[in-house]
Ligand binder design. Structure first.
Ligand SMILES: *Cc1c(COP(=O)(O)O)cnc(C)c1O
Length: 353
């Protein structure tokens, strides 16, 4: 048996593939529980108050998924016939089954992204409809940070959210990877990660954070906002079937992640950079410079036709990735630098580089 088969799989498909650590499982099994539909689950209540407080909001709501979190947020901000401005590639537009339109009669107004992932200020301004019977009412600006692994430039986030506020729009952040964004921003500013997370969150009326991505919890997102907003979102969560009972067992995993897995995101970012450096210079690959934990690698020239072969080759060497002409590698807490080196070696052996 080749040695790689005995090693654990280096699964770089997504940061959602992480499994709870032993310490996280201990925290989950020790969690005090109650019926959260009665508001009685101490672990959920603690997670909600902790994240709200750390990000500077009045209240928060635990939800099973980021999709449900964004849906509740959009529906809590908008009425039927309203519209939200959102990126063409944003999860809350492109990857959520059209939920806001299907379930809320809220129309998206998607905009193209700049190369840095941000929406152009002028494009946002031009998309805000006048108060006229012909138009849907523009009600909400929804941004995503990080988006495609990119940190949105903070000065632009500030300018866009200030513009939205001046024009009477609510502002929602899909911060599924808010702490990756904060980690990257902290590396630029020298400030502390939670400080940066609060700075980013402070530009918005609501923020959704995923715990099942880089933070390594098995399930759960938390939506933060004002007390009134969270009250509306709570009713919507019930309506879409998100009222859970002793789900504190899950919230305890998220709380553990908040205390133990935020600071270590720098490791994931360093590993992503290590992977990019290790793949640089291979003929047939165009390697992006990663800002956080997601690396995109474009196949060029003749390599484009060999995409499926490359993925199969990687799989035989115990390395998993996703993509077609553009491959995606995502680092997370179940991959260490030795795993990254195995991934680099596997790619290099395919290209005999
Ligand atoms: C993963 C993700 C979500 C939510 O995903 P779920 O699978 O529903 O938890 C939302 N937004 C972004 C940017 C994401 O990456």
């Amino acid at each position: 048996m080749p040695s790689h088969v005995e090693s654990p799989i280096v699964d770089l498909r997504s940061d959602t593939v992480t499994r709870p650590t032993a310490a996280m499982r201990d925290a989950m099994s020790a969690a005090p529980l109650g019926d959260d539909v009665f508001g009685d689950d101490p672990s959920i209540n603690l997670l909600q108050t902790t994240l709200a407080e750390r990000l500077g909001f009045e209240a928060a709501l635990f939800v099973p998924t980021g999709t449900q979190s964004n849906l509740c947020a959009i529906l809590a901000h908008c009425q039927r016939g309203d519209e939200y401005i959102v990126g063409q590639m944003a999860h809350a537009y492109r990857w959520e089954g059209g939920g806001a339109a299907v379930l809320g009669s809220v129309q998206p107004q998607p905009l193209e992204h700049q190369a840095d992932g941000m929406l152009a200020l002028a494009a946002i301004e031009a998309a805000i409809k006048p108060d006229d019977v012909h138009y849907a009412r523009t009600r909400l600006l929804a941004l995503e940070n990080t988006i495609g692994g990119k940190l949105l430039p903070f000065d632009q986030v500030l300018a866009a959210t200030q513009l939205a506020q001046h024009r009477g729009l609510a502002r929602h952040l899909d911060g599924a990877r808010l702490f990756n964004a904060a980690t990257a921003q902290a590396a630029l500013s020298g400030d502390e990660v939670f400080h940066e997370a609060r700075r980013i969150a402070g530009c918005f009326d609501s923020v959704s954070v995923c715990f099942s991505k880089g933070l390594g919890a098995p399930v759960g997102s938390v939506l933060c906002g004002s007390r009134d907003f969270i009250k509306r979102a709570h009713r919507l969560r019930k309506m879409v079937g998100g009222g859970m009972r002793q789900a504190g067992v899950l919230a305890a995993g998220a709380l553990h992640a908040l205390d133990n897995h935020v600071d270590r995101l720098t490791d994931d970012h360093a590993n992503c950079k290590r992977l990019a450096d290790g793949l640089a210079g291979i003929d047939g690959l165009q390697v992006e410079t990663p800002q956080t934990n997601i690396l995109f690698v474009e196949l060029t020239g003749g390599a484009r036709e060999r995409s499926a072969d490359l993925l199969a080759h990687l799989k035989r060497h115990g390395v998993l990735a996703l993509g077609l002409y553009q491959l995606r590698f995502v680092t997370h807490l179940d991959v260490d630098s030795a795993g990254i080196d195995r991934a680099i070696a596997a790619v290099r052996s395919f290209f005999k580089a």
